[in-house]
Design a protein around this ligand. Structure first.
Ligand SMILES: [Ca+2]
Length: 239
């Protein structure tokens, strides 16, 4: 991406500073087992690096949620599937292990999915703004209303990590009845100084995203979600 930007002659390239120090270099894949091919242990019953996650406030009859380490895939032999019935509220998703992030840096997220229902992508991030080791968790919607897809389809989005963020988990979730299957996730840091330009190019170039915008807006997040981050995400997708 940086090479492409510089070839366009953008003035920023000449003076672009190195990204903030992080455990991974800009462009590196941050997720472990992003294609679900590796097993968590010798029992070979669950994928390594991923956890089934669901929440609901439903009273007497919570939704029925089934998580499957599926044996069909976008690539390889495995993917991850979640199916919900009797939906009341909350959401369900396969959650990757947290990755270290840098506040202010821009992150590009994508995955390949199939579903029979509208789904959403959110990010959970932890901040430690005064570096005292006590962290706070925040949720931000990146996009709701990702359309159902009968064939493997790629979804892409991005997010500028808020100041003080140290760890994050991007999730593709379902918050209704239906099923969602995902494979071949990608999460990369694009750096700090180039973030605004990458964001602009991303929004300009993603025609698919614009079509989605016409049919869906950003929804209010369940309680506990960060309104500031949600506004940031909303601004990104309406710009
Ligand atoms: Ca796979």
């Amino acid at each position: 991406m940086k090479r492409m930007l510089c070839s366009l002659g953008l003035a920023l390239c000449a003076g672009s500073a190195s990204p903030a120090a992080a455990s991974a270099a800009v462009g590196d894949q941050l997720l472990f087992n992003r294609g679900f091919e590796a097993a968590a242990d010798a029992t070979n019953t669950a994928p390594a690096g991923w956890t089934a996650g669901t929440w609901s406030t439903a009273g007497p009859t919570p939704p029925t949620v089934t998580f499957t380490w599926a044996s069909d895939a976008h690539t390889g032999n495995r993917s991850a599937r979640v199916e919900v019935s009797g939906y009341t509220d909350g959401d369900s998703k396969w959650v990757p292990d947290p990755v270290k992030v840098s506040g202010g840096a821009y992150y590009t997220f994508s995955d390949w999915y199939k579903s029979n229902a509208s789904t959403a992508v959110s990010v959970y991030y932890e901040t430690d703004t005064n570096a005292d080791g006590v962290t706070e968790g925040h949720w931000a919607n990146l996009f709701s209303g990702i359309p159902a897809a009968s064939e493997w389809t790629q979804y892409r989005t991005g997010f500028t990590m808020p100041a003080g963020a140290i760890r994050a988990q991007f999730v593709h979730l379902i918050a209704r009845n239906g099923w969602l299957q995902t494979d071949d996730y990608s999460l990369t840091e694009e750096g700090r100084s180039l973030a605004p330009i990458i964001l602009a190019m991303h929004d300009w170039g993603t025609g698919r995203l614009k079509r989605q915008q016409k049919t869906s807006g950003i929804r209010a997040q369940p309680r506990g979600h960060s309104t500031a981050a949600a506004r940031q995400a909303s601004a990104r997708h309406s710009g």
